[in-house]
Design a protein around this ligand. Structure first.
Ligand code: NG6
Ligand code: CA
Length: 512
């Protein structure tokens, strides 16, 4: 067993009078034995510059800002990867996704990619006596093969990964099947209304975006697909038939997930809980509820961020109403950086002019900082001092950090990339990680050590034309000083060849 660290429910006290001190200690020991509830709100494609608490001047996110104000706002926190599945894989397993093949963006019928016998983030909480719940997007595969009976029991999935309760959709909102699963079953599944899913060829007779574009309420970018089965007036990736009673309405998705989050909170006032709320915003297709449509002045992408902010406000309200706010640790972050046109012509490209990046370069799919440096907010009103932290923190470290909080050892050879940075997470120091690797696959990684970032030479294009995002690829080695040049404008590789060599060797050593 790898020792993750020691328990942390201790406090540092100011000098108090003896009696006051004893009283304080007594009160505190009762409080400090109480484990905090933990709510992880994980947005989808939310960029470093997308929130007003991260400096956005074009949108107001008051509910998220309030959480940030009471907690710690990180300025150098990262997902492991610039896309969803690999970042989520790392968050759950404590393993960099490039160590395992098949951890790229998954189709909606993929099988589960997390080994069921492996330690995971929710299992750490379960071992500590928590009730563990997942609500929202999953995108880590379901079942043990691509072929599955969507009308039957579907496992392994989130429950086998460590969640006592799950209410999810399988992949992304732009991929079929457009249905909810509660634990092992599709909601409103009916054997007379069989759900068929296929990512290679058309199944059934539903219209597709390609054949019937006149039926679409949001146009798909002709260069990016999203023109298979139409559900709720939106062309999706992949073909689907049946499940007509089970199909979701995009405008209602967040209401449904927020309601489920509320149920989890209300029914677990006595037992500590972990709630992973995997938000849908602002991933495509952005189809916000009427309440938010047209309200941001930034097209549906901005409206979706208002909807996300509302969802955070509701979750905080449920905690407050159930008197759980003081002893609940909330984390708000995102799985990868921002993108404007990710397949639908919904006005995002016309409404934003780089603001979503908060001064960084790149974005979703990119090795530049815009790909993985993300909003990361931690609050625990009864416990943490508020502030801003520039500690380098990676989401892959949540597993070992929470294991340390519960004084648990991480099994040997599991969660191998997860480091205990609980002190940085709780704002007790700002030291964080010494070394960070960014990327999805072994052939395309960047490494950060302290202020320095190195991207090895690669063959791909410098610009991903489909999404109009700089990839970070170059045929030359690239070296940036992130402290003086967070926007990665000045390539210093020629000036500091020994730094390039050092970082290159460090990266190669990690890959072995
Ligand atoms: C891409 C999709 C994009 C989005 C992404 C997944 C195309 C051309 N683009 O392949 O629309 O669905 O996958 O996003 O199909 S993620 O946030 O889940 O990684
Ligand atoms: Ca994403």
């Amino acid at each position: 067993m790898r020792k993750a660290g020691s328990a942390v429910f201790g406090f540092k006290f100011p000098k108090l009078g003896f009696i006051a001190g004893v009283l304080f200690l007594n009160a505190l020991s009762v409080f400090s034995q109480q484990k905090p509830n933990v709510v992880i709100i994980y947005a989808d494609d939310l960029g470093y510059g997308d929130l007003s608490c991260y400096g956005s001047k074009i949108i107001k996110t008051p509910n998220i800002d309030a959480v940030a104000k009471s907690g710690i706002r990180f300025t150098n926190a990262h997902s492991t990867s610039p896309t969803c599945t690999p970042s989520r894989f790392a968050l759950m397993t404590g393993i960099y996704p490039w160590r395992q093949t098949g951890t790229g963006i998954l189709p909606g019928d993929a099988k589960l990619i997390i080994p069921a016998n492996h330690i995971t983030l929710p299992k750490v909480f379960k071992k500590a006596g928590y009730y563990t719940a997942l609500v929202g997007k999953w995108h880590l595969g379901l079942g043990d093969s691509v072929n599955k009976n969507w009308n039957g029991e579907i496992k392994p999935g989130p429950n086998e990964v460590g969640f006592d309760y799950s209410f999810i959709f399988p992949a992304t909102a732009d991929r079929v099947p457009t249905v909810f699963l509660e634990n092992h079953y599709v909601i409103a599944s009916d054997t007379n209304d069989r759900i068929l899913v296929n990512y290679r060829k058309k199944v059934g007779n539903d219209p597709t975006g390609k054949e019937n574009p006149e039926l679409l309420k949001v146009k798909a970018d002709p260069n990016q697909g999203h023109n298979n089965t139409i559900v709720n007036g939106i062309g999706r990736i992949g073909f689907m038939s049946g499940g007509y009673k089970a199909r979701w309405v995009d405008e209602e998705l967040t209401y449904t997930f927020v309601d489920k989050a509320g149920e989890v909170i209300k029914s677990h006032k006595k037992q500590p809980f972990l709630l992973c709320y995997n938000a849908i915003e602002p991933h495509v297709p952005r189809m916000p509820a009427t309440q938010f449509k047209g309200k941001s002045g930034l097209g549906y992408r901005g409206d979706a961020i208002l909807q996300l902010d509302w969802a955070v406000g509701q979750i905080v309200k449920y905690l407050r109403e159930n008197k759980l706010e003081q002893n609940t640790l909330i984390i708000i972050s995102s799985d990868n950086g921002p993108v404007l046109n990710d397949g639908y012509l919904d006005g995002a490209s016309e409404s934003y002019h780089g603001e979503q990046l908060g001064g960084l370069r790149g974005g979703k799919y990119s090795l530049l900082e815009g790909g993985t440096r993300l909003p990361f907010i931690v609050s625990w009103p009864g416990k943490l001092k508020s502030g801003v932290s520039d500690a380098m923190f990676s989401q892959v470290d949540l597993l070992a950090s929470f294991a340390a909080m519960f004084d648990q050892a991480v099994p040997r050879n599991e969660a191998v990339d997860s480091e205990n940075h609980l002190d940085a997470l709780l704002g007790r120091n700002k030291s964080g990680r010494a070394l960070l690797i960014e990327g999805n696959t072994k052939d395309k990684l960047a490494i950060v050590k302290g202020d320095w970032k190195y991207i090895p030479p690669g063959n791909g294009p410098a610009l991903d034309k489909l999404v109009n995002i700089e990839t970070g690829n170059s045929r030359d080695p690239q070296l940036f000083n992130l402290k003086t040049d967070p926007a990665e404008r000045n390539n210093l590789a020629r000036k500091y060849p020994e730094k390039v060599r050092e970082l290159d060797q460090l990266l190669q050593a990690k890959l072995r």
